[in-house]
Design a binder for this molecule. Sequence first.
Ligand code: B4P
Length: 192
Amino acid sequence: MFNLILFGPPGSGKGTQSEKLVDKYGLVHLSTGNLLREEIANKTPLGTEAKNFMDKGQLVPDEVVIGMIDNSLDQHKDAMGFLFDGFPRTAAQAEALDKLLELKKTGIAIVLALEVTEEELVKRLLNRGKTSGRSDDTNEAVIRKRFTVYTNDTEPVAGHYKKEKKFQSIKGEGSVEDIFNAICTVVDKKMK
Ligand code: B4P
């Protein structure tokens, strides 16, 4: 099993690159952002709870997100591997993921972190907000709040994987294709 985490701030291109990576490598794409937006669209109680946090640029509580990932892992017992997109976002989520994967006698092969300047991120997210219908992308104050949350709660998760020598940065600015190629070079080497 080959399990990969795509890491990086909001708008760094995790979702964009994930789609291309799952096509190429046949991994199961687990995006907590997408899973939460599905719950919201289906107006489930979990979705209603999550929307309150997401609209303010806050993280959804750990137990909710970890439960969702646990269910998704169980639904794909025969997967060749998983691509985690936007998860883990806190130290507690990273520890929970280690335990869940350990139960399946597997682990994380590599964490790829997309590096993009804040100025470019704000531009991308406001631009996406014009067409995506995502309420968390239309308000600059909410976007800035997401960056603060990222710096305080998510960035420290990098340390967890650096300690295990599984962390690698990738320049996330430039064409989608060039960034994809840079990611593939690292993944191919790791898969050998
Ligand atoms: P997510 O859905 O994870 O979304 P994101 O971080 O905003 O975006 P991503 O990095 O995937 O960017 P994308 O490729 O789309 O999170 C949304 C919210 O859900 C969070 O704020 C939180 O509330 C909640 N949540 C999710 N996971 C959670 C968790 N684990 N715990 C708690 N809460 C959680 O790219 C952005 C834009 O840039 C797109 O318009 C794209 O077209 C453009 N773009 C991409 N690559 C580009 C490039 N190379 N050049 C120019 N533009 C590019």
